[in-house]
Unconditional design. Sequence first.
Length: 97
Amino acid sequence: LLHHANWVPRAQSAGKQGPGKTPDLEPKIAQLRLLRRLVLDGDRIGQLQLAEQLAADPQLATYHERSFGQQRAGPEWATLPQGHPARPGGSRRAVRR
């Protein structure tokens, strides 16, 4: 599961970017409204379709690798089992090499 702020693919949220500019939040709000409607309506198929759409986004896969996977920077997460891709941690610079 990804943090909600990172669900919207970058292409949809591009809007105003750069120093002193805020991103367009409308795609995020629309997405959260859709999810809320799907949950309140009990539309399990719609929820699964939304999850599949998000899981297929390559930018979100890259975000996940940087935050929780093999490219995660930071100290070792010793509570994770041996062999887990996120356990070692490290620097992003070392991981990129």
